[in-house]
Design a protein around this ligand. Sequence first.
Ligand code: MYA
Length: 249
Amino acid sequence: MAKNLFRIFRSFQSFVSLPFTKNQVAHPCASVAFRTTFDRTMVQALASFFSPKSRDFSLPNSSWGEEMIRLYEFYNNQCEGENHGGEWRRLPSYNRSLKYASGGVYLSKIIQSKARLFTRNIREPGAAFEYVVFVSKDEQRCVCVFQSGHLLEGPPGHVHGGAIATMIDTVTGSHASILSAPVMTANLNINYRSPIPLGNTVLVESCLDKREGRKLFISCKVTSTDGSKLHTEATALFLSINVSHLLRG
Ligand SMILES: CCCCCCCCCCCCCC(=O)SCCNC(=O)CCNC(=O)[C@H](O)C(C)(C)COP(=O)(O)OP(=O)(O)OC[C@H]1O[C@@H](n2cnc3c(N)ncnc32)[C@H](O)[C@@H]1OP(=O)(O)O
């Protein structure tokens, strides 16, 4: 059982770390170009974990505003391409990571058929969390372009603090997973400095501060897209776990 789970999580980690190449915003549904046979093989292997119909939520959709598209293009243009190694790599994002894994009765404890990733479970594009995460080549930094939707309201006209915490956990958690999957958030410490107007696009940037054995210390800040306004600062501690940890209940 533990072996099965371990295989799945390793696959997931490979998936998160996959060196996906640049996608053109004009063709958001175009399939990715593969750099090497290895990449192609990895993606084919991963097909067994994802339905052919799985939607990559980190590609542009009609709800994305001008700023969201502009920043997506900015980072996407610096992604690894056919003939050059870019500075960033885009992370694909699905609403279910382990749905198609098979592992018998033990896995069914953690893989419920109706379970969906919290940030990707609203059908209406643009209503809640629209975001795309890029990771730097050395994997020390992540940058997320996040557009908040109308369902995320907290104070009138502004984004709910819990929704901001969710995005911080998502970006730092994705970052930690790239470095050492599987992980769990042990501590998240947030200072809210200025409110985020609802509908705005902001940057959520994470940085690996320190690694100590199983511990990953990651800091994060949320700013306006020109960097002039600091909205939120956070520090997070992630612990690498043994997958059997998830079965303890
Ligand atoms: C792979 C999947 C990826 C998916 C990615 C999709 C993208 C979305 C990403 C979304 C991401 C969403 C992510 C989520 O939402 S994860 C969901 C939210 N998190 C949880 O539910 C975690 C609940 N807690 C636990 O399960 C355990 O407590 C953990 C696993 C965290 C540690 O229990 P474990 O038994 O393993 O460890 P230990 O207790 O022996 O401690 C070991 C060491 O750690 C130190 N320590 C422990 N806790 C704290 C603390 N709070 N502050 C400071 N230090 C702490 C401790 O002192 C010790 O240090 P030392 O004495 O050795 O020096």
